[in-house]
Design a binder for this molecule. Structure first.
Ligand code: PHE
Length: 338
């Protein structure tokens, strides 16, 4: 019987060491102090012993019981105080930095479209949209682009099937709006365009344009210059210069390509502006009378101007971004900077 008692004493030590959960401690309590536990087993033996052995053994069992009760109580206390401070820190330590929720924002190209839209909205322009899947009529014919024009080959335009293409310019929206509305017209039309270009730092098979169109009585080239100058100064800054170069587009006459003084080097010359001090940002001109004919406008009564600018291009110039592909790679480290 004494052996059993000593054994229980020894086991108690290793048992309490092995336990590290409150649940385990409860089970240990049952094992030693429960109704069918070790202590009770030993108690049952006491009445069977001879009178002289009984007192001594009884005392030993009793002190073992106290020892077990104490150490299990201590174990429970330790385990529960260990758990509590942890929970407390998580909830109450106001000195720890908080967890910032990740807040998303607009893509830099969307931001540019919003900014450009805002500048033109202040000048009285409405926003218009057109489909990205187009017919040759809206992308070419109505815009005075003849059937043999190089831009109509499948090197320069994506053909889905005969007469179903992906628009290669937002100028399609000029026609769609003029078909539906009478002058005065004052719209800008942002959106995606597609061209079968090989992707590199400056080209992409898909990019964005913002088209502008203003038609009314007595609109002159001076109005075009005034509006573009206002836009450029507002969007790029008052110190940026504008320059118009004569150019050609089938749907405008006269036509111009519009440059701004290089915003990267300030016009001194750098790799972005090919050391010329100027970078092209848009094409523009006075609406060709043949375009008015397509939409049944009286070209004797109305005149207008149109322009189209590259959204990627102006975003890259404004922020000094050197590779167009960065816009499409969904790299949050790049995108979150804007
Ligand atoms: N659509 C022309 C382009 O994509 C730009 C342009 C628009 C030029 C309107 C003149 C007038 O290059």
């Amino acid at each position: 019987m004494l052996e059993k008692l000593e054994g229980a004493k020894k086991n108690l030590q290793s048992d309490t060491k092995a336990i590290n959960t409150l649940e385990g401690a409860e089970q240990l309590k049952i094992k030693y102090l429960g109704r069918k536990g070790i202590i009770n087993d030993l108690m049952k033996v006491i009445p069977t012993l001879s009178a002289e052995k009984r007192a001594a053994f009884g005392q030993q069992v009793n002190s073992l019981k106290i020892e077990i009760t104490n150490s299990i109580e201590e174990l429970i206390k330790r385990l529960s105080t260990e758990a509590v401070p942890k929970a407390k820190t998580e909830i109450f330590d106001v000195t720890l930095p908080g967890k910032r929720p990740f807040i998303g924002k607009s893509h830099p190209l969307t931001q540019t479209i919003d900014d450009v839209t805002e500048v033109f909205a202040r000048l009285g322009f409405d926003v218009a949209y057109g489909p990205e899947v187009e017919s040759e009529y809206y992308n070419f014919e109505a815009l005075n682009i003849p059937p043999d024009h190089p831009s109509r080959t499948d090197f320069d335009t994506f053909y889905i099937k005969d007469d179903v293409i992906l628009r290669s310019q937002t100028s399609t929206v000029q026609i769609r709006i003029m078909e539906r509305q009478k002058p005065p017209i004052r719209i800008i039309a942002p959106g995606r365009v597609y061209r079968p270009d090989t992707v590199d730092a400056r080209h992409s098979f898909m990019f964005h344009q913002v088209e502008g169109l203003l038609v009314d009585e007595g609109v002159s080239f001076a109005d075009l210059k005034g509006v573009l100058n206002q836009f450029i100064k507002t969007y790029f800054g008052q110190n940026i210069q504008m320059r118009l170069r004569p150019s050609f587009f089938p749907f405008t006459e006269p036509s111009a390509e519009v440059d701004i003084s290089c915003s990267i080097c300030g016009g001194k010359g750098c790799s972005v502006c090919s050391y010329s001090g100027w970078v092209e940002i848009l094409g523009a001109g006075m609406v060709d009378p043949n375009v008015f004919k397509s939409v049944h406008y009286d070209a004797e009564k109305y005149t207008g101007f149109a322009f189209g600018m590259g959204v990627e291009r102006i975003t890259m110039l404004k922020h000094g971004i050197s590779d167009i592909r960065l816009f499409y790679e969904n790299d949050i480290r790049f995108l979150s900077q804007f």
